[in-house]
Every structure is written in C-alpha cells, then in structure tokens.
Design a protein around this ligand. Sequence first.
Ligand SMILES: *[C@@H]1O[C@H](CO)[C@@H](O)[C@H](O)[C@H]1NC(C)=O
Ligand SMILES: *[C@@H]1O[C@H](CO)[C@@H](O)[C@H](O)[C@H]1NC(C)=O
Length: 447
Amino acid sequence: MAGSEVAPLRVSAFPAPGKQHGGAPPRLAGRARDVLVFAAGVAAAVLALLGSASVLGAPGSRLVAFPVPGPEDGPRTFYDDPELSYDAVDGRRLTGWDAKRAEWLRSRGLGRRPAPERVVMVSGSQPEPCPGDAGDHLMLRFLKNKLDYCRLHGIKLLYNRDFLQPAMTSYWAKIPIVRAAMLAHPEAEWVWWVDSDAVFTDMDFSLPLATKYAGRNFVAYGWPDKIERKSWLGINNGVFLLRNCQWSLDLLDEWARMGPAFPEHGQWAKVVLSSLADKGNSTWFDDQSALVYLLLYNWERLGKKAFIETDYFLMAYWLDVVDRLDGVAARYEAVERRMPWLRRRHAEREHMRYAAARNAAVSGAVPGPAGGGYKGWRRPLITHFVGCQPCSGERNPMYSRESCDDGMRRALGFADDQVLRAYGFRHAAPLNDSVRPLPFDYPARNN
Ligand SMILES: *[C@@H]1O[C@H](CO)[C@@H](O)[C@H](O)[C@H]1NC(C)=O
Ligand SMILES: *[C@@H]1O[C@H](CO)[C@@H](O)[C@H](O)[C@H]1NC(C)=O
C-alpha cells in the first residue's frame, strides 16, 4: 500500500475574520436576552474576582481567579486547575489523569466505573476549502457517512477543521485534537480517530470494546508480515482507538515529541527512516512511521496494551473491497429474502436490534468474518481511500481518476442504501444518485 505516500495536506493561514460567513443578524429579542445573560456573567465574574481577592488572593498563590462554580456545575475538578493545558505541544504534561477522570465521573454522578462503550469519534479536514474538483462535496459525503454511523450507534462525533497546533502540520495534526478530545470528554472511555477519507461500509457492526478490547488501550488495523519486516506500512493509523487514560496521554506525548513542533524532529526523522525497512531513501517522515517505530521498538513496554487487529476490516484498503461491494449487497439480500423477520420495517432507533439479528442470520449464510475480511462476502466495517486524496484531488499516480471516483461513490452509495432503508428508499443503482421507494416486504418483493 505504497499508495499512502502522497503530498501532505497544504497548510496556510486561517481565513481572515472578515471572510468568515456571517449568518443573518440575531433577532432583537435574542440580542436583548444575550445582553442580559452577558450582564449576569459579568456580575458573576466580578463577584468571583472580589471573592478570590479576599479569600485566595494571598501573594504568590497559584489559585488565580476562576468563575465561582455554580450549584449545577458541581464541585471543583481538574478543569478548575489554571495550569491544565489542552495543548499537546506547549502545555504542561498531564499526570494523574485516571484519578482525575474517575473523580470527575463520580462528581457528576456518572458512576464509579466508566462505561466501556462510551465513544467519541474524532475526524477532521483542513481549515481551507478543498482545492480539488468537488473536493468539498466529497468531504461532505464522507462526513455524512460518519454522522450516519454515529447516529445509529449512539456515538458522539467531533469533526475538527482547525490546526490546534500550527507546527503540527498535515498528518501530525491528529495528535493535538485527539489529546484535546480526551480532556474535553472525560465521560468517554474511548476516542476513535477515523480519517476523513474513510467510509463506514457496514452500518451494523459494533466494535468489540467491552470484550476483545477490554484491557487494551490502543487498537489499530495491521499486517503482521509487514510488522515483522519492520515496514512503515505494518499498521495503518488512519483509523485507531485510544482508551481515554493516562497510558494513552503518555503515548500521545511520546508520539508528539517526534513531530515537527519539536526540536528533536529532525533527529527522529533520521532514526526512524533508517530503522524502518522500507523508508531507506525517503525523506518523508510522517506520523504513521513514527507510531510504527514507537510500537515496534518499544513492544516490551507498550505491546501489552496495544492490539493490532487483523480479524476483520477495522480498516480495509479500498482496492481490496470496492469491486466486491455489489456482490456483498446481493448476498445480504438473498439472506433477507429467506428470513421474513429481517424484512420487517422498523424505526431507525431499533437499528441495533435488527443489526444483531441480521448479523446472526448472515453469519451462517455468508462466508467471512463480521466486519469483513480478505476472504468471504461480509460487509467491510471501514473502507479507507488511501491515496485517493478526495479533498486535494492530488491522487497517487498509481490510481486513475475513475478508479478513485467510482470507488468512493460506490462505497458511499453502498453505505447510504443501508441507512435509507429505514426511510423507505434506496438508490436506483450503485452509481446512481437518484433514489427509488422500497415496496413493502422488500427485498422479497422488489417493485
Ligand atoms: C535506494 O536507492 C538506491 C540507489 O539509488 C537503490 O539501489 C535502492 O534500491 C533504493 N532503496 C529503496 C528501499 O528504495
Ligand atoms: C438513475 O436512475 C434513474 C431512475 O431509475 C434513471 O431515470 C436515470 O437515468 C439513472 N441515471 C443514470 C445516470 O443512470
């Protein structure tokens, strides 16, 4: 999959304030209310300042003024520590996170133990418009696909379009946002990074978080033979899971320090590029090479908590799956024609029950693992358009425009059909943007 060696995202200044779209001005009533709310806020802040001056304001005290917690905010937490930094580069190292998180959960009445299946998905794209033809339209479709999966599975989606740390450019930009997401979501047990050019192609599959990944803190898709050869393509970090814990913050810190925001970056580039088997002549030091190096050369220390998924397509290389999606859809339909209960129409909120029933039905009838794999005809969980560069259009020259464009549209349409089902529609054909209504008892009846 040398296909991922492509031009990095372009970075430029943020748009000038004047260029941002402004909506219609707020209605007067809204504005008046805002003024009132603002005035109340000022009063509270003044009180807080006065309070802190008299109570906490001893010279040299580290406790500077913070807004007095209101009764609904609960007791003080790590958020009230003025030294807490969301910054992966310039901030102070965060320690004791597991205890801080547990304390926050307790103080907010969210239980003694975190819920293993509480997930925040994080994805994102560049701050500027996409330079490629229809790039923004494709990014919208990729985002819609993630919204669909998250809505069906009760996952929160955080979509970021800012470089939180300007020096952490291109692919490195995911590190600061993943770290900030952990701090902003102490209720989430997992942060799930998904590249913008990855498509959910199985709306039914749920990650085995509480079972297979219990006791693990990092999960990514990989190829053991490539890891064996010390290839930078041994794992693909376009999709990965990090448990929201101190171990993960430490890993992010260690990984970030290899990045372009740190003076050691050049030194690390030499070490990593010469240590990995297939980077010998390259000067392109990316975040994936850094992560593969970190894991490979520290497996004794990190391996116990890391998990390289190989059983199902946590991330499939698109060329391995897109031509088979029509065959996959046909096999799922054949199963539904035999099983009337799977054809029953239902509310979207019941999706997970039907997903479980469909999974049980197809596991006996359609070969291959749930979540998809190299063998068989199960739906791949995620199809990753490595090298297609939908935003910039600067495809890796080894792929044709048609193969990338058709592949992306086929995968997105394949996913949309699974979602549209609950609304009574599907696409007229795999690459057709028109929809047609589904008859009652579809697919036993087809028109
Ligand atoms: C690196 O470059 C040398 C000389 O140009 C070449 O012989 C070798 O095959 C290259 N190695 C890789 C890994 O591309
Ligand atoms: C898409 O399907 C509609 C409805 O069946 C049909 O009228 C239209 O010609 C199709 N478009 C293409 C590009 O095939």
